[in-house]
Design a protein around this ligand. Sequence first.
Ligand SMILES: NC(=O)c1ccc[n+]([C@@H]2O[C@H](COP(=O)([O-])OP(=O)(O)OC[C@H]3O[C@@H](n4cnc5c(N)ncnc54)[C@H](O)[C@@H]3O)[C@@H](O)[C@H]2O)c1
Length: 330
Amino acid sequence: MINLNSLRDSRILITGGAGMIGSTIAQLAAKLGAQVTIFDAMLPAYGGNSYNLHGIHDNVTFIQGDIRDMDLLKKNVNGQDFIFSLAAQVSYVDSNIDPLLDLDISCRGHINTLIACQENCPEAKIVFASSRFVYGRIDYNPVDENHPFNCLSIYGIHKLAGEKYYKFYHDAYGMRTTSLRIANPYGPRQQMKHSKYGIVNWFIRLALEEQPLTIFGDGQQVRDYIFVKDVAEAMLAVSLTRETDGQVYNLGSGTGTPFIDMSRIIAQLIPGTEIKMVEWPADRYFVETGNYISDISKLTNTVDWFPQTSPEQGIAQTIDYYRTCREHYW
Ligand SMILES: NC(=O)c1ccc[n+]([C@@H]2O[C@H](COP(=O)([O-])OP(=O)(O)OC[C@H]3O[C@@H](n4cnc5c(N)ncnc54)[C@H](O)[C@@H]3O)[C@@H](O)[C@H]2O)c1
């Protein structure tokens, strides 16, 4: 397993760092002795939550800032060793409803990030959070990095543009950028107010509220669920080596889990949970990508990282988390 101790005393800035994945990186890095700055706009209805930084508030610098604010970005990236570039509107449904907002954050905001880094921390390693949604409709499994881009959402199109910006700044200016196409992350610290993000967390909320879990179709659709701590460790791992500069990697568990199996794990851990099967609604079918399993061999052949958490373990930890602090998320 990767040794992250070299992060001690390094300077790390995380855009979107009050959200699920960013705050998990912050929790790990702060405990390793890194100097962590969180740069987060805390936009309403997104995943930013100050409770996500519980336990490390005194060890991190928090800047309430928007990546569309170039001057503030320039000031705060100055002197950083690592940038984790996670700020985003995360709902593919909302990206189709308000494509210009998604464009503004996911394209202009990320070009801002690159320009600010080029000026004020050109040697920094920059890790960009892309998404499996760049692949859209799936032609084959497991999905490797050469799979065609059949984007089914504005979110996916803008994530692909983001990857291209980060690659361009590497190729044209020698900046140290890496993109990760994250599969289906779940776990502690995800927002739980609405169902537009990951379905695992939403089903956990429903089950904790004694509401049924509704499954479209036969529940056999396969997803690659990855526990957020595994995501955070992978992002830190790729940041530590020059071999990943200019590259794009899939980041998932590498294992497919049928929707019905994920639901049954939740139902077993929260006794009394009812699972209801219904027909696919016509509007949802449009964005159904088909089964998805990441081929993570490019990543695991490059860095000393492998996912550690099974769905049973990850779902159990997530349920425990929200059982103890749900008042901060509901
Ligand atoms: N959650 C998923 O299903 C998923 C899957 C693949 C990729 N990703 C990507 O991983 C990254 C982190 O996602 P997450 O799951 O932690 O989501 P999240 O919503 O919990 O975190 C995103 C954070 O970005 C912040 N943010 C949004 N717009 C901003 C802006 N303009 N300036 C500064 N901060 C802003 C939000 O306040 C939030 O705290 C995102 O880039 C997301 O697109 C997420």
